[in-house]
Design a protein around this ligand. Structure first.
Ligand SMILES: *[C@@H]1O[C@H](CO)[C@@H](O)[C@H](O)[C@H]1NC(C)=O
Ligand SMILES: *[C@@H]1O[C@H](CO)[C@@H](O)[C@H](O)[C@H]1NC(C)=O
Ligand SMILES: *[C@@H]1O[C@H](CO)[C@@H](O)[C@H](O)[C@H]1NC(C)=O
Length: 483
């Protein structure tokens, strides 16, 4: 009996495998027929049927060097190669120019692609998914608001307040501070206030709990049965959406003519009537996904790299102390422009973005056949633009694995070889705000404390973070007196 079962399973497995490879051969043959120009399907292998090379990809992703998956294939096939990961035939690009082309293309050539569980959770009207004029409209409105100096002023004063109230409780000597946790708490408050105008309090607490429940399902299996991880996440999102819609209704009924204070104000003021309450609330929640995690990780990694590079820490401290003394002499409070003009501090943040690779790559799907630099990308295939390999390329960044903020003194950031938060039409509109928040945190940390970092290390998958939440042992510096 059991033997027969076994034999049957093996037979089925072989059938499935065969069918997979027949399909592959057939689709390759069809591709060859369809293509007339000289552009070539990149070299590479599609691995096993169905799972492709996903297992190898994931096991590299968990290792300290996730880019080793790409490195191996880059040596064999070149900077652009074909593979099969996450259930789709995929062209992987570690070529900065090809990646830039893909990200700058419009929806006629490429549309965003995310794992199934993620698209289920985001809903159809998410800015991360929509394309065409509606996407440009929402992105434009939010982008302009994020760039406004009025929002930067507000964030600066809020951030200073939250940083002070956190750091006030830090005890000297034996207390261990977990930088990642501290940064997460502060940044979440800033984010929620900037998006939906909520101040810290009961509702913020509720939102935070629901948000944790919500993002726990982002990488789950796409099973929507009651009790499943994805189902619970969707329920949490519904509860968040109800709270946000209540806020939207209140705001719409007030409709005072002041300048916008948060993203909801900006979107409900739009005159096109395309932006429904549902669309706005969904997007407010989706915008929290990239921001909630990436800014705290940026802060955390910069503390890590600084702890390992005393020379950089010393120079950063000098620059910030100088600013603090200058300001305390005149009794002025610090403005956002003060933080952003700290050139070495900005180099430290840039270098952290390069090495940290908080967003290691972005997935797109081709909606038609595309040719780039002699590479052929068939319709229906995914493209994975992998920035990490570019950021860690020795030919572009000398000693690429070395934390060297000084390299940015002579280097231009606006090249296609530096894409910390993606690029093109969907370039993260919060990049400047992320820098500002990180600068404010670092300023108050280095001007009031010295620290010794405890042992910890970076985990790269599924998201970048510190395994032990970056513990440091702090000592408060003596007060400085303006003289
Ligand atoms: C892009 O937008 C069009 C309509 O504007 C829609 O039909 C299509 O499904 C969208 N594609 C994706 C992947 O969202
Ligand atoms: C609404 O839009 C008008 C111009 O269209 C602008 O003057 C006003 O400041 C805006 N208000 C808000 C709250 O965005
Ligand atoms: C840093 O020290 C100054 C006095 O030198 C104090 O006014 C300020 O509140 C301190 N900031 C933090 C974050 O502890």
């Amino acid at each position: 009996m059991t033997i027969w079962l076994l034999v049957m399973w093996v037979a089925i497995a072989i059938l499935v495998l065969l069918q997979g490879s027949v399909l592959l051969v057939y689709s390759n043959w069809k591709l060859k027929k369809r293509r007339r120009s000289r552009a070539q399907l990149p070299k590479g292998t599609l691995g096993w049927p169905l799972i492709g090379e996903t297992l190898d990809f994931v096991s590299c992703a968990y290792s300290p060097r996730p880019e080793s998956f790409m490195e191996k294939r880059r040596l064999l096939y070149g900077k652009v190669f074909k593979s099969h990961i996450f259930g789709s035939p995929t062209i992987v690009s570690t070529d900065a120019e090809v990646s830039r082309f893909v990200l700058q293309s419009d929806a006629k050539a490429f549309v965003p692609w995310y794992p199934k569980s993620l698209t289920e959770l985001m809903g159809k009207s998410s800015i991360l998914l929509i394309n065409g004029s509606l996407q440009r409209r929402v992105h434009g409105l939010i982008g302009a608001f994020f760039k406004s100096s009025q929002l930067k002023c507000q964030i600066t004063s809020d951030m200073q307040r939250y940083v002070l109230s956190s750091m006030r409780d830090w005890k000297d000597g034996d207390q261990i501070i977990y930088i990642q946790d501290e940064a997460k708490l502060i940044v979440f408050q800033i984010l929620v206030k900037g998006l939906i105008g909520l101040e810290p309090g009961k509702e913020m607490q509720f939102l935070k709990q629901q948000f944790q429940e919500f993002i726990a399902g982002l990488m789950s299996l796409p099973v929507k049965l009651p009790g499943s991880r994805l189902y619970r996440s969707m329920q949490a999102k519904k509860r968040m959406a109800m709270l946000v819609q209540k806020i939207i209704k209140e705001k719409r009924s007030k409709n005072n003519g002041c300048a916008p204070r948060d993203a909801i104000d900006v979107l409900i003021n739009d005159s096109s009537h395309q932006l429904t309450d549902d669309l706005i609330s969904d997007n407010m929640i989706d915008l929290m996904i990239p921001a909630e995690d990436s800014v705290p990780v940026l802060v955390t990694l910069s503390v890590k790299y600084l702890s390992e590079c005393p020379l950089a820490l010393q120079q950063l401290e000098e620059e910030n102390m100088e600013l603090k003394k200058r300001k305390s002499m005149t009794g002025e409070t610090l403005q956002w422009t003060d933080y952003m003009s700290l050139s070495f501090t900005q180099h430290v943040i840039t270098e952290t973005l390069r090495m940290g690779n908080i967003i290691s790559g972005i997935m797109r799907k081709a909606v038609k056949d595309v040719e780039i630099k002699g590479h052929f990308i068939p319709k229906g295939w995914c493209v994975f633009t992998y920035f990490r390999s570019v950021h860690l390329d020795d030919n572009i960044y000398r000693d690429a694995y070395k934390f060297n903020p000084w390299r940015w003194k002579a280097k231009d950031m606006s090249t296609c070889s530096f894409t910390p938060f993606g690029g093109g039409q969907r370039l993260c509109p919060g990049l400047d705000l992320a820098r500002l928040e990180a600068s404010i945190f670092l300023h108050h940390l280095v001007t009031n404390f010295t620290w010794v970092a405890e042992e910890d290390h970076v985990v790269n998958f599924p998201t970048v973070r510190m395994k032990g939440r970056m513990p440091i042992r702090i000592t408060r510096k003596p007060k400085i007196h303006p003289c």
